[in-house]
Design a protein around this ligand. Structure first.
Ligand SMILES: Nc1ncnc2c1ncn2[C@@H]1O[C@H](COP(=O)(O)OP(=O)(O)OP(=O)(O)O)[C@@H](O)[C@H]1O
Ligand SMILES: [Mg+2]
Length: 229
């Protein structure tokens, strides 16, 4: 479970990126986070992985108090909360295989097991044939799959995807969303920040709308649909 209570984030520049945000997300949910550019979506994700701490408010993920999490527990948190960054952050001088292996190498998984794990994930996200290519040799959709693969390395319970369809054509965007839906169907909680209203309106999932740092809407579209039957 992800639980935010009265979270505010002011950047040092004086920008209030998030203001008094509260919501709870239960295990297994698929939630869209929408809002205009600059509304605070990426800031929210950065708080969830403890890249920074809020100016005020509390964040809990499962039993973890994220704001007060000791530094030595941050790697544990990052294994449980995978993230696909808006700018992907793939390492350009490593192959796709090596990029996905990288987080596992930092952990203590045995090499054989890590290699098998990477092969399995690349298969799962559909880019195993590109395993030995470098990021520059892949298409936008393939790169997005590679970043998703890396985020899945430790089989996280939660996956944050920041604008995963941002630079993709319509058909490829849908392929990525289908992949995320498959990952969600296998039990992973997903938060997806997006500007793609077509996808949001088609999927009938829960939608958190942030505007100027405030949570202005929290719609349970799935439920509404069932209730109206
Ligand atoms: N490191 C930073 N220092 C100061 N201000 C920042 C920093 N990062 C983001 N901001 C500001 O915080 C606000 C929220 O930014 P954020 O990146 O969270 O928006 P976003 O909703 O992800 O936007 P987009 O849809 O364009 O990705 C913006 O006003 C932005 O300029
Ligand atoms: Mg962003």
């Amino acid at each position: 479970m992800i639980k935010l209570e009265n979270v505010t984030k002011n950047y040092l520049t004086g920008n209030t990126a998030l203001e008094d945000i509260s919501f709870t997300i239960h295990p297994g949910e698929f939630v869209f986070v929408v809002g205009p550019s600059g509304s605070g979506k990426t800031t929210l994700f950065r708080l969830l992985i403890r890249q920074m701490i809020p100016s005020s408010g509390t964040i809990h993920i499962g039993n973890w108090d994220i704001v007060n999490l000791p530094k030595n527990k941050i790697p544990h948190l990052r294994r449980n909360v995978g993230v696909v960054f808006q700018d992907l952050k793939l390492l350009r001088d490593r192959t796709i295989f090596e990029n996905v292996l990288f987080p596992l190498e930092l952990g203590d998984m045995a090499q054989d097991e890590a290699t098998k794990r990477v092969e399995d994930i690349l298969q799962q996200v559909g880019i195993v044939e590109h395993r030995d290519k470098f990021p520059v040799q892949l298409s936008g959709g393939e790169l997005q799959r590679a970043a998703i693969a890396r985020a899945l390395a430790f089989s996280p319970q939660i996956l944050l995807a920041d604008e995963p369809t941002g630079n993709l054509d319509n058909a490829t965007s849908w392929e990525i969303v289908k992949l995320l839906q498959d990952i969600n169907a296998a039990g992973t909680t997903i938060l997806m920040a997006t500007h793609n209203t077509d996808i949001v309106n088609s999927l009938m999932k829960r939608v958190l709308t942030i505007e100027k740092g405030k949570l202005v809407k929290d719609e349970q579209r799935e439920k509404k649909k069932k209730e109206s039957k």
